[in-house]
Design a protein around this ligand. Structure first.
Ligand SMILES: Cc1ncc(COP(=O)(O)O)c(C=O)c1O
Length: 413
């Protein structure tokens, strides 16, 4: 594991202390913590929400203070009351094993910074073949140039990952369920083997959020979220975060500071506001997602639905053991048909937008194909594949829209 000393003087001991000093109120349920965490009403003159600090320069009262860097805050990039409120709220969500959270300008920045905090030249990492594609691009485009080798592995590998660990393997990257393809990974089994060999475990926990998968309690050292998705919840912010345990936090904070990463104040405010309603939105995405997935399972045009919360899914047992809910994102495999029929289906839909990203209030659909970039496993689902995001609309309306899509599909075949 990379030590903070590798990166020189830890730049923000005061902020690490701050992150570690306040213990989360463990007796409260996550839904309650989402409402109460990161709020200091007294310090806000009684207002419910914290102020949004648009800030770079911090002024010191005296020359002595300036020379000694004696100030609660030093500079806008290095933390403001707004960033601390959001960090505190996110930290309590990840539970007792979370020592601190780093806020990042996007989900991908959270992934790349977390990886950079644990590897150096000559190291080797293991990354699931089902990983979000830009994570793979980062490994191939930046880590490779730095002299870090990546081996991609079958997401279903479980404890057999032991066979791939090398003496210089510093990190194992997991993502469950897999991006677009929704394979479930046995994260506790992988973490046990990785830790025995001295490697840290990172996960992209965007799909479940810490509400439905407490990654740091299941053996993960660094848990990443693209806050652009469910934390924001309204498709209007770019944001990411990394929750770290005590062992990995110093190097994470140091790396973030070396890279000069921070989040704009308005996006931090919107992320904090999104957190307050995360539990109710996710519960609705869970229910509606399953309703639509079950309906799709019964359609004659559909060969398979890739959704780990469905009893028919091969990853269901692991999902049930480790997760407490599902979001609104899943995929389907259609029976073989001409591309023009799939396009006719998509073009007919009026309630499903065609766009990347997900986690907002609105329903989405994209056509995808993992075959061109998988290297450790073969992606051959047997038909065209679509990924759906089920939003907060009425499920009856969504199903009626899909019915019209299937009618257009039939007409175009
Ligand atoms: C699973 C997953 N992780 C990370 C990201 C990256 O997030 P961002 O777009 O905020 O960089 C995405 C975005 O689609 C994603 O789907």
């Amino acid at each position: 594991m990379a030590d903070a000393a590798v990166y020189g003087r830890p730049l923000e001991p005061d902020r690490i202390d701050h992150a570690m000093a306040k213990k989360p109120p463990t007796s409260l349920k996550p839904e309650t913590r989402l409402v109460t965490a990161g709020r200091d009403t007294k310090g806000q003159h009684g207002f419910v929400n914290p102020a949004v600090y648009h800030a770079s320069t911090v002024l010191y009262p005296t020359a002595e203070d300036q020379v000694a860097h004696r100030s609660r805050y030093q500079y806008g990039r290095r933390g403001t009351p707004t960033s601390e409120a959001l960090e505190d709220a996110l930290r309590t969500l990840d539970g007792e094993n979370c020592a601190g959270v780093s806020l990042m300008p996007s989900g991908l920045a959270a992934i790349s910074t977390a990886l950079l905090s644990v590897v150096g030249s000559g190291d080797h990492i293991l990354v699931t073949d089902s990983v979000y594609r830009p994570t793979r691009n980062f490994c191939e485009g930046v880590l490779k140039r730095m002299g870090v080798a990546t081996t991609y592995y079958d997401p279903l590998i479980g404890a057999d990952i032991a066979k791939l660990l090398q003496p210089n393997t510093k990190a194992v990257f997991v993502e469950a369920p897999g991006s677009q393809s929704f394979e479930m990974q046995d994260i506790p089994a992988i973490a046990k083997v990785a830790h025995a060999k001295g490697a840290v475990v990172l996960t992209d926990n965007t799909w479940a959020t810490p509400l439905y998968f407490r990654a740091l309690d299941k053996g993960v050292d660094l848990s990443i979220q693209a806050g652009t998705k469910y934390i924001g919840g309204h498709s209007d912010i770019m944001f990411g975060c990394v929750s770290a345990n005590a062992a990995t936090l110093p190097a994470l904070k140091a790396t973030m500071n070396y890279l000069g990463l921070c989040v704009g104040p308005d996006d931090m405010f919107l992320a904090l506001r999104g957190l307050r309603t995360l539990a109710v939105r996710l519960a609705r995405h869970h229910q509606s997602g399953l309703t639509v997935a079950r309906w799709l399972e019964r359609r004659p045009e559909v060969a398979r639905v890739l959704h780990p919360a469905l009893e028919s899914d091969p990853g269901h047992a692991i999902w049930k053991r480790d997760f407490t809910g599902a979001c609104g994102l899943f995929s389907i495999v259609l029976k073989p048909m001409p591309e023009k029929a799939v396009h006719a289906f998509m073009n007919e839909l009026s309630l499903f937008g065609m766009g990347y990203s997900w986690g907002g209030f609105e329903s989405l659909v994209i056509l995808f194909d993992c075959a061109e970039y998988r290297t450790a496993t073969k992606w051959a689902p047997g038909g065209p594949t679509l990924r759906f995001h089920i939003g907060l609309e009425d499920t009856g309306d969504l199903i009626a829209d899909l019915e019209r899509g299937f009618a257009a599909m039939a007409a175009a075949k």
